[in-house]
Design a protein around this ligand. Structure first.
Ligand SMILES: CCCCCCCCCCCCCC(=O)SCCNC(=O)CCNC(=O)[C@H](O)C(C)(C)COP(=O)(O)OP(=O)(O)OC[C@H]1O[C@@H](n2cnc3c(N)ncnc32)[C@H](O)[C@@H]1OP(=O)(O)O
Length: 189
């Protein structure tokens, strides 16, 4: 099997939370126009069941900037039941997963000084996959309530972005997660 490779832009500096530069706005920062990161995904990564706008059966999760972090909102349907009245844990993991990869993509574009959806940007797209997903289930998650996931960028390196996330149902934090998103290897293209 061919070795995995991915394009790393020379303009993408390594940044870590310790360096104090993660999440800073730049003059290139975008998507304060109401669109979500996922609205700009290229078609080959827009079929994801969680966040792909082209998957007619999927959740169509959408993630936007919210200050220095991100926000993703989703209201599970009644079929997403674990025990009656409460949300299935796999769905909670899915929402955290796609909120994390979306946040990673937004952070990577921001760090590279690029604008998602910029018609004048002819660099290769920065596509991410989940390398690691961690979820702590802190409280039962009620059905019929909008879940709000806030993402925080912990670390940006040449090939990966680490995002921590917190999911709330109303005033209750129901789950926390961490996603290590890695640039998609060419073997997946
Ligand atoms: C406008 C365009 C936007 C487009 C956005 C699209 C967004 C996405 C939309 C779709 C969303 C769909 C979402 C889905 O559902 S994606 C579907 C689920 N995910 C997969 O199928 C991925 C399968 N795995 C792989 O392909 C490889 O194993 C990957 C690519 C993940 C790593 O391969 P590889 O091992 O060759 O990577 P590397 O050696 O270059 O390592 C790079 C860095 O990463 C760190 N690392 C790696 N793995 C792990 C791990 N498990 N835990 C902790 N860390 C890990 C590693 O230590 C290193 O860190 P550092 O040493 O530098 O510190």
């Amino acid at each position: 099997m061919a070795a995995a490779r991915a394009v790393v832009p020379a303009s993408w500096p390594e940044r870590t939370a310790g360096a104090g530069t993660v999440g800073r706005m730049t003059s290139h920062d975008t998507l304060h126009d109401g669109t979500a990161f996922q609205d700009h995904y290229p078609p080959d990564v827009a079929a994801c069941f969680g966040c792909g706008r082209l998957n007619e059966h999927g959740h169509h999760l959408r993630t936007t900037w919210d200050g220095e972090g991100t926000v993703t909102r989703f209201t599970p349907g009644p079929e997403q039941t674990a025990v009656p009245g409460y949300v299935y844990g796999g769905l909670i993991a899915s929402v955290i997963d796609c909120a994390g990869t979306g946040t990673a993509a937004g952070a990577a574009y921001r760090a590279a000084g690029r604008t998602m959806g910029d018609p004048d940007d002819h660099e290769p797209p920065l596509r991410f996959v989940t390398g690691r997903l961690e979820v702590d289930y802190l409280a039962p998650t009620p059905l019929g309530v909008e879940l709000v996931v806030r993402g925080h960028i912990d670390e940006i390196k040449a090939r990966k972005v680490v995002v921590s996330l917190e999911m709330a149902a109303g005033d209750t934090v129901v789950a926390r997660g961490r996603v290590i998103a890695v640039l998609m290897p060419a073997t997946m293209e």
